[in-house]
Structures are given as C-alpha cells and as structure tokens.
Design a protein around this ligand. Structure first.
Ligand code: DAK
Length: 259
C-alpha cells in the first residue's frame, strides 16, 4: 500500500496535518491535494478539535506544486489542478477552527499558497519563502496572486510575484507575511504555545471572527459591517458569552472548556 502523502493526527484537541512527501520536499501533487481535502473533511467531523496545525515532514514545509507532475499537464488538466488546489485551500481557510502553518526549510509556490490559506504563519529562522512560478514560465495557481497582495500589500506582492525572489523569515516577518519567527529547533514549541492559548478560547467566537474577516473581506464595507453586527448579535445566544462576561464581573478566569 502507498504511504500516505498527508498524515492526520489529533492529540489533545489539536489536529496535526503533516505533508508527507519528504523526498520531494513535500511537493504538492494531485493525490496530496485530494488527501488534504479528505483530512479537512475528517476534521470537520471532529467536534473535539479546537486548533489545526499544518506542517511538513523532512527538510521543508513544501517546495511548491509538483513540477514533475505539472510538466505533463494539458491546459485543461492544469486548470482542473488549479481549481482543485483552490477548492482545498479555501476549505482550509474556511475551517471554523483557527489554523497555524509551521514553516521550516522552504515554503515556495504552492507551499506558500498553502501557508497563506492558514490563519497564522510561524517560520523557523532559516526558512525561505517565495512565489517562484514565473521562473518556471507559469503563474500562481492556488490563490497566491490573490492572497499575497491582501496579506502584504500590492507593491511588495507584485515585487515577489514578478521577480520570483525568495525572502528570509525575518523579511517575511517585516512584511507581515509571517507573524512569528522561531529559533532553530523551536518551531513546534512556538506553534504549541499559540495553539494552547487558542484552545482555551471559546470556539464559536473564534469561528465568528474568522467568518467576519474572510467573508467580510469579499464584501463592500457596509455589507461587511452588517455581517459583523449579525455575528455580534449571534454571540449573545451562546453560553460562551454568558460565561465570558460572568467571569469578568466575578473577577475569575473564564472556563470555555466544556463548550
Ligand atoms: N516539484 C517536484 N519535485 C521537487 C520540487 C517541486 N516543486 N521541489 C523539490 N523537488 C524534488 C527535487 O526534484 C529532488 O528530487 P530528486 O532529485 O531527489 O528525485 C528532491 O525534491 C530534493 O530536492 P533538491 O535536491 O532540489 O533539494 P534542496 O534541499 O537542495 O533544494 C529547493 C530545495 C526547494 C530549494 C529546490 O528543490 C527547489 O528549488 N525546488 C523547486 C521550487 C519551486 O520552484 N517551487 C515552485 C513550484 S511551482 C497551477 C497550480 C499550481 C501552481 C501553479 C499553477 N495551475 C494548475 C495553473 C503552483 C506552482 C508552483 O508551486
């Protein structure tokens, strides 16, 4: 039986999604995308999961879409490949639980696009990030030219997309492309510190923040604010709102664990 190219494990309310083609630097092919989609479906069925972490086995997070597989694609197959990737990455982005990408080695092309579909990105200090598609005669196909400008601004995004340059973790931090840089060997620990904080927070409120940000970014300002008001109102129907406000007024720590 073939080794799975994505591993899915749940431990102590954290879902670990691990890209597992280390000999190909976790290059993303069609079967990996399908497996990733299946993992997300499994995750949606697990009410115990409060945070998901995406990482890569071996020397890299992911060195991009699989160039060997892509080289043989017809234009129609390439479009289908791009649509599959976009669908799976959007499903990842729209998960109700917060997601964290742990980037080590390289996050290039489709690898960076995968990381950008996560809510929080942490890079190990030696990591390199970039969108080198133009150097292969192609363009990003998994949402890179859409998410990158939204995350770091059009000017910096265009420079990265047009030159194909790889940037260091520190530069990525200064651009806001990652929000933490971890010392060598401390990537998992840094990720877990953030995951543990998120685990203790109310699930519905976190899911609503994500909806407000992601759905809201596709709306004009008035409609986005209206969505925010709706989600704000809905929060008042949750036990988490009762507990959070009661705990504040009673000067104790809130307990969102049973919700
Ligand atoms: N695809 C396939 N194989 C890859 C790969 C990739 N992206 N990256 C690495 N590998 C393979 C290498 O071929 C090598 O295989 P063997 O020779 O051992 O069989 C093995 O992984 C180890 O690679 P290296 O020996 O090169 O390892 P190093 O540590 O020395 O270098 C590296 C790591 C990441 C710097 C280097 O491998 C590299 O430059 N890789 C390519 C990076 C790259 O250009 N990535 C962008 C890919 S393009 C679209 C859909 C999606 C996309 C675009 C359009 N549509 C359908 C429209 C997305 C495109 C991309 O992501």
């Amino acid at each position: 039986m073939n080794e799975q190219s994505v591993r899915f494990e749940v431990e102590d309310q954290v879902a670990w999604i691990t890209l597992n083609r280390p000999n190909a630097r976790n290059a993303i092919n069609r079967s990996m995308l399908s497996e990733l989609g299946a993992c997300l479906a499994m995750l949606m069925g697990r009410s115990d999961v409060r945070v998901a972490i995406v990482r890569g086995e071996g020397k890299a997070f992911a060195a991009g879409a699989d160039i060997a597989e892509m080289k043989e694609l017809s234009p129609l197959e390439a479009e289908a490949f791009a649509r599959l990737g976009q669908r799976v990455f959007t499903a990842l982005e729209r998960l109700p639980v917060p997601t964290i990408a742990l980037i080590h080695g390289y996050a290039l092309g489709g690898g960076l696009e995968l990381a950008m579909a996560c809510d929080i990105r942490i890079a190990e200090e030696s990591a390199m990030l970039g969108q080198p598609e133009v150097t292969l005669g192609i363009v990003p196909g998994f949402g890179g030219s859409v998410r990158l400008p939204r995350l770091i601004g059009q000017g910096r995004a265009l420079e990265l997309l047009l030159t194909g340059d790889k940037i260091s973790a520190d530069t990525a931090l200064s651009y806001g492309l990652v929000t933490h840089v971890a010392q060598a060997g401390r990537l998992n620990e840094t990720g877990m510190q953030i995951a543990n904080r998120l685990k203790a927070l109310p699930k519905t409120a976190l899911a609503s923040v994500k909806r407000s940000v992601y759905d809201g970014s596709e709306l004009e300002v008035g409609a986005a604010q209206s969505l925010e008001a709706t989600l704000f109102g809905l929060a008042f129907s949750t036990p988490d709102q009762t507990e959070g406000m009661a705990a504040f007024l009673e000067k104790r720590a809130p307990d969102f664990s049973r919700r």
